[in-house]
Design a protein around this ligand. Structure first.
Ligand SMILES: Nc1nc2c(ncn2[C@@H]2O[C@H](COP(=O)(O)OP(=O)(O)OP(=O)(O)O)[C@@H](O)[C@H]2O)c(=O)[nH]1
Ligand SMILES: [Mg+2]
Length: 373
């Protein structure tokens, strides 16, 4: 019975769930395969959670409302939702993995959302199905700025082939990353062939988004203040292209100069992707110029990396990285929540404060204590 499954430590133990017993039994029996599964018909129309089979069928048939509800299930912090979500992902895995995943990062106000809308609408008109997601670990406080964007991305949200989803609020970055990765899988299973992931906020996010996408685009503008230079340098090393946005009106000439400068800088960096020279381009998301050109760069990237095997290699590596991250997170939680560690940690902290013990010795002692339990 699903109820008795041992939960990993990272699963929050709090939170209500709104589950019915019927749903839980349905989940448990799915393990035997659908052919032999007798899913109960639920009569409660107001239930907040569907059966796993209902989610599964809804997602693979491309039902946007059910996809949105399935993502909500993934984002839930209730343990039963977590278990059902994992069952659902397992079932959907064979249908996932078929998209091009594009990460879009850049300085605040560079025009990422405007660009995503322009690119998204163009791709929808070309016949692609486009999903737009955001990764924002701070969204538990701010509720994610893409939430505002959803209303701003008016043209894109009116497209039948577009799906826009704000960032999950996960508290820790790790939580947001897991939920975002799983959301990507769900969107792929629902038939979205282009996944655009917008990074909101600055800092660790870019690296996290890089670890879940195939192509990583850095959107910049001319004359960004000095305070942004530091951020840019690190992110430049992991991007597959730089896009200088707002190349319109009076700014066009400056944008062209900036493009040449960035191109030059990229030339001296180690390629972010094996066998691919990252270059700089210009566009105006507002005037919709240069959008088709950068899309062609992405297609070229996909073609090249698929031919060389780098595409699959990266995806496989990302899967393992995901596993490793989760193991590390779980170990960390186990360690710091262990009652013996907690007590000894407090004692050692006092010694460290008084310079009676070195941090390395303290860490060694704590690890030995943990291993002996
Ligand atoms: N002139 C000009 N303005 C633009 C262009 N693209 C975006 N903008 C404007 O720049 C401002 C910020 O655009 P957003 O798309 O919200 O930028 P963002 O990078 O998503 O911003 P954050 O999500 O807040 O970091 C808006 O006022 C846009 O209208 C462009 O190509 N040219
Ligand atoms: Mg934005």
């Amino acid at each position: 019975m699903t109820k008795n499954k041992k939960l990993p430590e990272w699963v929050p133990k709090n939170g209500g769930d709104g589950f019915t017993t019927e749903v839980l039994e349905g989940v448990a029996s799915v393990h035997d395969g659908f052919a032999t599964t007798k899913m109960r018909t639920l009569t409660n129309k107001k239930r907040s959670v569907l059966s796993t089979e209902e989610y599964y069928k809804g997602v693979i048939s491309g039902d946007r409302a059910i996809l949105a509800r399935a993502i909500t299930l993934i984002e839930s912090n209730a343990k039963r939702h977590f278990l059902q979500a994992q069952d659902l992902i397992q079932l959907l895995l064979p249908h996932a993995n078929k998209s091009l995943r594009i990460g879009i990062s850049g300085v605040p106000g560079a025009g990422k959302s405007t660009f995503i809308e322009a690119l998204g609408v163009m791709l929808c008109e070309m016949g692609y199905k486009v999903a737009v997601l955001a990764v924002d670990p701070s969204s538990s406080i701010t509720k994610g700025s893409i939430l505002g964007d959803k209303t701003r991305m008016e043209q894109l949200s009116n497209q039948e082939n577009a799906f826009i989803r704000p960032s999950p609020s996960g508290g820790m970055l790790g939580g947001v990353a897991r939920k975002s990765r799983e959301t990507i899988l769900l969107c792929e299973a629902a038939g979205y062939d282009i996944i655009l992931v917008e990074t909101v906020g600055v800092g660790q996010n870019e690296v996290t988004v890089r670890s879940m996408v195939d192509f990583f685009l850095l959107v910049l503008i001319t004359g960004a203040g000095d305070e942004l230079q530091g951020m840019k340098k690190g992110v430049m090393e992991i991007c597959d292209a730089i896009l200088v946005n707002k190349a319109d009106g009076d700014n066009l000439i400056r944008a062209k100069t900036a493009r040449a400068d960035f191109d030059n800088m990229l030339h001296y960096l180690r390629p972010a992707t094996k066998g691919w020279q990252s270059k700089a381009y210009i566009c105006s998301a507002l005037k919709k110029t240069g959008i088709k050109e950068i899309w062609e760069v992405m297609l070229e990237f996909e073609k090249n990396t698929k031919a060389s095997g780098v595409f699959t290699e990266r995806r496989n590596h990302q899967q393992l990285e995901w596993v490793n991250t989760m193991v590390v997170e779980q170990l960390k939680l186990k360690f710091f929540n262990h009652h013996l560690i907690k007590t000894r940690y407090a004692e050692l902290a006092k010694k460290i404060e008084k310079s009676e013990l070195s941090p390395t010795k303290a860490a060694t002692e704590l690890l030995e204590l943990f291993e002996s339990t």
